[in-house]
Design a protein around this ligand. Sequence first.
Ligand code: PLP
Length: 421
Amino acid sequence: MAAVDYITNKFICNKKDDVMNNNLDFKKYFPIFSTNNVVFLDSAASSQKPATVIEAELGCYKNQYTNIHRGTYKLALAATTAYENTRIAVQKFINASSAQEIIFTKGATESINLVAYTYGENFINSDDEIVVTICEHHSNLIPWQRVAKKRGAKLKVCYLDENQDFSLNEFQSLLTDKTKLVCITHLANGLGLEFPIKEIIKLTQRDTTAKILIDGAQIVAHKKVDMQDLGCDFFVFSAHKVYGPSGVGVLYAKEELLKIMPPFLTGGEMVKEVSVTETIFNDLPYKFEAGTPNIAGVIAFKAALEFVSGVGLDKISAHEEILIKKLEDELQVIPGLKILGAKDKHQSLLCFVLENISPYDLATFLDNQGVAIRVGHHCAQPLINYLGYESSSRISLGCYNTEEDISKVVSAIRLAQKFFN
Ligand code: PLP
């Protein structure tokens, strides 16, 4: 039986009983499922929160709350320690070599903007090239459009192959000695394909001197990532997609880069000394954390990482692979339904279009059947337009989804077809 240890506020999962026996009913650890009878299939937008995370955030405000890095009294020192313990937990979660390489932000969007405004605007020069893919979330595209325009650099886009799959050859053909930045998603939120990120990094490092930013927003809740193994320069993600609170994000960057990058925001706590005219900036990672952060959110984020580690990312991944395969198998035989992205390669999410039924009509119909999915361009408008559509329907999984959820959404889609046609 998996359980919550309320003393240490840790999620304890007895793998033998719960996971090995495939008893993966994790819904019971997520209070939202006891108050809402919903088949929730929109975790790519934001995941639901286990009780331990909710209690950790509440517990911070009830028992531990003060500002951090400021007060010298016991309560303030305890809050600071709890906040910094999350940094260490993140470092371990992604196997960064030092906690100084972990910067807390508001989310993946802010993390990418931080890199764009500091590294991009200072180290990208006229005629340099930035490579992205057509699959990027707007958060990993617009900041680079701006940098390219401001610095006179060229933005190059890697398109998909004829099977709507990522092509390493196409990617390689874009690399030149002018490539100075590669900004690429690990798992495309509008397609559901995991990119071969290790090969992409290897190739880029072999053929260029470019720095590499990985948008890990959609991968971290589903697969283990390891900064020392990947060797990328920047890696970003949001806590809210990995069962943590919203308003908390992570920027991982190699220490040598953080040292040469100027600060992003300026103000309190990112300084060592300030005179009327000059400022000496603080050491890492505080140089990049101006102002009062989301203290309770960061503290509760540790509980989310403990939940994920308690269950085991390998187990979550195996469970979701079974579900996504069942979903893909059952959807691809529905007449008039087209799944976007290369066949049988989806991870944790899947987008599709239905002949004669607008995604918005479908979502409303499904909602009335108690099934929550996402429709629209998924903040990846260039991708959806490139594929020839204005919008699509997206089904995305969390560890709490079950085979029954998949059966329900598939039946509801079939029912919608009967209703609309
Ligand atoms: N990158 C990807 C691939 C995403 O899916 C998202 C959010 O959906 C983001 C970046 C932006 O994340 P956030 O809105 O948490 O900053």
